[in-house]
Design a protein around this ligand. Structure first.
Ligand code: CAA
Length: 385
């Protein structure tokens, strides 16, 4: 694995860093407090080519690679974690499967405007009784000639309220268990498809997390993604890529908390000297910097494998597991470095701490990542460490 970024990856890093520093960092605290979806800066992410990084230019994307994508998600999340997930879901969980599995007609309608950022996509798998146990889908899609009729409830859909279309998973053959799950591209405005709720959240408060209700929602057969029964594989394959994005988001959140801690350690004095001169603070900063580097390397390694067309699912789970646990630890220590000031909203580290928590939960909890990794190891296919 080449540890140097290519010219193209460095360019995307510069673009994302500059955007995050100038346009995201100044508003991150405000939109968090107001729990306001940042339409204007999400539109800007599209203009900067950040919404379909790995999609070819011919289909509205930037024609980049997965390593470049992790670099961009990290920088954006360093500026604002909510933008990080909005971007990651559109890239990994919506555009990637449509690019990989869509027909040309589906790509024309459901990919090009989304990869360019003109429209926003979302991924709708989770249900009240299908979280970690994602196979337990209750949403039904019954075929009637050239249409499917969808009925069911979906929850925790990132971008759900704002999205123009959703990739929805539903059971076409309830007796077939996970082999009976199929994937559908459903446009907003389709009769019978309603957003019934938007969640109030602990962190990533400027992102939108919605609940969907499908009531006799008629979807053309032509809008099914992949074959009947292939939905679960499409979902898990998309989540492999998505987990790399969330790992990068966790790294970005941790870097933001570390940046703030370093600056604070230089300026805040106690016992007559800057607190950075106290060894106990130095140790916390050293641990933070080391853990961030390790998580970044794991994340880029998973992306590197993906770019080479090699299996990368377990490595994506390792990256997400390590990076999200690391982000929780680093943001906790960042509050400790700030002392009481870390606990009040005037300083950003309490937001980083709240934002970090979700990275241990969505796109598979830390426990699910361990399950994926352990199954891989016990299956005897583990690569040498
Ligand atoms: N890619 C493609 N297919 C895969 C796969 C992968 N990475 N991993 C497994 N599969 C296939 C298996 O081969 C199997 O198919 P066959 O029977 O044809 O061989 C099928 O999927 C089922 O696999 P398992 O028997 O391993 O299924 P399981 O139920 O025992 O466990 C799981 C699967 C790992 C627990 C899985 O359900 C999982 O990852 N759960 C977590 C779900 C998740 O991450 N949800 C997040 C939703 S999105 C979100 O967070 C909101 C958002 O908007 C950000």
């Amino acid at each position: 694995m080449d540890l140097e970024l290519t010219d193209e990856q460095r360019m995307i890093q510069d673009v994302a860093r500059d955007f995050a520093e100038k346009e995201l960092r100044p508003i991150a605290g405000i939109i968090d407090r107001e729990a306001r979806f940042p339409r204007e800066t999400v539109r800007r992410m599209g203009e900067l080519g950040l919404m379909g990084i790995c999609v070819p230019e011919a289909w509205g994307g930037s024609g980049g690679d997965a390593v470049g994508y992790t670099v961009a998600v990290e920088e954006v999340s360093r500026g604002c974690a909510s933008h990080g997930v909005i971007m990651s879901v559109n890239n990994s969980l919506y555009c990637a499967p449509v690019w990989e599995r869509g027909t040309d007609e589906q790509k024309r309608r459901f990919l090009a405007p989304f990869a360019s950022g003109a429209k926003l996509g979302c991924f709708s798998l989770t249900e009240p009784e299908a979280g970690s146990d994602a196979t337990n889908q209750h949403t039904r899609a019954e075929r009637e000639g050239e249409i499917y009729v969808l009925n069911g409830r979906k929850i925790f859909v990132t971008n759900g309220r704002e999205a123009h279309a959703a990739l929805v998973f539903a059971q076409t053959d309830p007796d077939g268990a996970h082999h009976g799950i199929s994937a559908f591209l459903v446009e907003k405005g389709t009769p019978g498809f309603t957003v019934v709720k938007t969640e109030e959240k602990l962190g990533i408060r400027a992102s939108d997390t919605a609940e969907f209700l499908f009531e006799n929602c008629r979807v053309p057969v032509a809008d099914r993604l992949g074959d009947e029964g292939e939905g679960f594989k499409i979902a898990l394959g998309s989540l492999d890529g998505g987990r790399i994005g969330i790992a990068a988001q966790a790294v970005g959140i941790a870097v933001a908390a570390y940046d703030a801690s370093l600056a604070y350690a230089r300026e805040r004095k106690s016992f007559g000297v800057p607190i950075g001169e106290h060894q106990m603070v130095q140790w916390m900063l050293a641990d933070m910097a080391t853990a961030i580097e390790a998580a970044r390397l794991l994340t880029r390694r998973a992306a590197f494998l993906e770019d080479r067309g090699l299996p990368f699912g377990p490595e994506a789970s390792m990256a997400k597991l390590f990076a999200s646990e690391m982000a929780m630890r680093v943001t906790t220590d960042a509050i400790q470095v700030h002392g009481g000031y870390g606990f009040i909203t005037e300083y950003p580290v309490e937001r980083h701490f709240r934002d970090a928590k979700i990275t241990q939960l969505y796109e598979g909890t830390s426990q699910i990542q361990k399950l994926v990794i352990a199954r891989h190891l016990l299956g005897g296919q583990a690569q040498a460490a």
